[in-house]
Design a protein around this ligand. Sequence first.
Ligand code: BGC
Ligand code: CA
Length: 418
Amino acid sequence: MKKILSLVLAALMLLGIVGAMAEANDQKPVIWFNRQPSNSTTGELDMDALNFNGKTYYVGFDAKQGAELQGQMIVDYLLAHGEGLDRNGDGIIGYVLCIGDVGHNDSIARTRGARKALGTAVPDAAQGKTEIETIDDVDSAPIGTNTDGTATDVQDGSIEIDGTTYIVRELASQEMKNSSGATWDAPTAGNAIAAWEGSFGDQIDVVVSNNDGMGMAVFNAWSKEAGVPTFGYDANSDAVAAIADGYCGTISQNADVQAYLTLRTLRNALDDADIMVGISTPDAAGNVLTDDLYYYDDATRCFYALNGAVTADNYEAFLDATAANPAFSNQLSEDDAATKKVWLSIYNSADNFLNATYVPQLKNYAAALNLDVEYVLGDGQTEANLIDKLGNPSEYDGFAINMVKTDNAASYMAKLMQ
Ligand code: BGC
Ligand code: CA
């Protein structure tokens, strides 16, 4: 009897192992990151993608909090640096705005946050809005050129600095998309500032950019030498270093926290562990996040890192955007967490933030978490280019996906369901 039992047990174990080997790809962990599965026109979350299976999550950052912070940082700077700000003395603080991607929630939020803080925001008629309560209500359309103040997607604002009231005008804004369709495109921003400078350069008093890639392109091409305050977002190392040379500020979206969360949620899902291990509660190696760094929305399965402003006051602490955070880079033991293979995509091999900051951070935590990550780089334009590189999903234990277009989650899901 005993013998039969142990034979049955052995057979069951064998079946279990066979079962595990043949684990369906659509049952494996899928972590969406940086580009939140959502409708690129309405911003509505793609809940089918977020609920793809019980091991699916999104990791990003709080776009609204960061956008409000960027707006506030710019206003604080203007209030403290009134003298000489109005370069041509026309009583108008004129700014130009580099927009990343009109279909990307992060970019939309930042355009809205800057406009609301600067008083140039108008309600988003396309969304049926008639008043502005939060930044979500703000029209985020690019305006082209508006040197005369007649554009309808923005209005003239005003700001009082040291007893003088200035008009605040968005002189121009443009989506920085190159001719082959890549967005957040830094070289396009470099070209745009050359064109703007050529036609109304003396009116430009401030440069605002949805990210540092574009902001630094403008800074290096023009505003550094012209001495025009320039603001970006991401706190990439080169942008933080440029604060010493007059770049005025950026926002850290805590890429270390996001990179850790991206791989940590994968690790926990792979181990069938509680998803909060090493996040809200310490893991065996002592890794843990403090709650001022992130929050989790259980209803939508989204983790969001919080943002912080980086300015002349504090930039020295942010100079190395790729440094591992000692609070959550302790090495896991192979006995508790055996090495697993992960397929990870980056939508665009030319994206400054993802390649200069996020990927190095992923590498820090992949090593600590025993994940063997294959990094697959896209061209920023065609989803198929990335999906075609996922030749055989069965070779991987889990997937971390950064899509080209936030509407396209279904094509990855189809691939995993094949
Ligand atoms: C970053 C941008 C980057 C984009 C890519 C954003 O969160 O701020 O710099 O281009 O992600 O999706
Ligand atoms: Ca002026």
